[in-house]
Design a binder for this molecule. Structure first.
Ligand code: FES
Length: 340
């Protein structure tokens, strides 16, 4: 049985087992969202009227007090009656969104590009509209397990999706599928786009300097963001740090060299945390956030973009604030371990 959620002046039909977030995004109604797993709290909303089932909402993301106060996680909650909801902060269904869709993609290539890292190219039967920086979900064959991978594409690269995937020890998606049995020509289900890690629309983008810091395959969405920002303004200052353990973990170096050549205000800084850089190399030692603090005296007026493991993202937020970046200009995408 379906129920209706009213958000602002829009009404969305929600299936019995469908999360509110899934229903909103499929209907093209924007809702803040990030992890789609109940861990980040971005999709928290207020149920003004009606009943919801909180499903698997974790208590540390949605406390008992918050449930009592009528809050819910849109990515976990399902409706049990027609309901009226509102997003926190007053936004009600505004913003630009591209509807969430299910498509069947064909594996075009699945190549090793760095240590324990693959580049997966997936051809879609029709274009998928998304914002650069968003992610898609793949479902592991024969299971209900969904895995989330950021898109490395710009918005016009909407027929062949590029994902960067690092192997996870014992991982159902990587060790038992993508790195072993997945073959060119396989047909796989793809759901997307998801997430709120993307640039403002061009007419509200202030064009200010940007710093992007990615850990490991956290580089993927930053490529789409950086290329989009530079295509809007080729003179824009864009500083991209890629933090990895060793030189064998670096990838897309040709693309970085090309961007550096074409856009003089673009800087790429590879940083090695577990290896001493070779003499004369452009690599730096340590952590990207420390280098940002050394390189930039003031980040007032800048925007910051962080994607990777939670400790790196948290260190980045501190570094940006230390250099006086406004909190609202700090954007983050945390890679949290998937649970089976
Ligand atoms: S908790 Fe719902 S999107 Fe993260």
């Amino acid at each position: 049985m379906a129920f209706t959620a009213t958000v602002g002046n829009q009404q969305v039909s929600c299936g019995e087992d469908q999360s509110m977030l899934d229903a909103f995004l499929r209907a093209g109604v924007w809702m803040p969202n990030s992890c789609n797993q109940g861990t980040c709290g971005t999709c928290k909303l207020r149920v003004v009227d009606g009943d919801v089932d909180h499903g698997d909402s974790p208590a540390d993301t949605l406390t008992a007090e918050e449930r009592e106060a009528g809050l819910a996680l849109a990515c976990q909650a399902t409706l049990r009656s027609d309901s009226v909801v509102e997003t926190l902060g007053g936004a009600v269904g505004g913003g630009i969104t591209h509807p969430l869709r299910d498509l069947t993609a064909t594996v075009l290539s699945n190549d090793e590009i760095a240590r324990d890292t693959r580049r997966l190219l997936l051809e879609l039967p029709e274009p998928l509209a998304f914002h650069p920086g968003q992610y898609v979900e793949l479902t592991v064959p024969g299971t209900q397990l969904r895995r989330q991978y950021s898109l490395a594409n710009t918005a016009d690269e909407d027929k062949v999706l590029e994902l960067h995937i690092r192997s996870v020890s014992g991982g159902a998606a990587t060790e038992r599928w993508i790195f072993t049995s997945m073959a060119v020509g396989d047909q796989i289900p793809v759901t997307g786009p998801l997430g709120d890690f993307f640039l403002p629309a061009e007419d509200s983008d202030d064009g200010g300097p940007m710093v992007l810091i990615g850990g490991g395959t956290g580089l993927a969405p930053l490529i789409g963001l950086a290329r989009t920002a530079l295509s809007r303004d080729p003179g824009r200052r864009v500083l991209l740090y890629h933090g990895v353990r060793g030189v064998d973990d670096l990838y897309n170096l040709d693309q970085m060299a090309e961007l550096t050549k074409v856009y003089p205000a673009f800087t790429f800084v590879p940083v090695l945390s577990h290896e001493a850089p070779a003499a004369e190399s452009v690599h730096r030692a340590g952590f990207p956030t420390d280098h940002f603090i050394e390189d930039v005296d003031s980040a007032r007026g800048w925007s910051g973009w962080l994607c990777g493991p939670p400790p790196m993202v948290e260190a980045g937020v501190k570094a940006f604030k230390r250099r006086r970046m406004a909190p609202r200009m700090i954007h983050r995408e945390k890679f949290t371990p998937a649970t089976d």
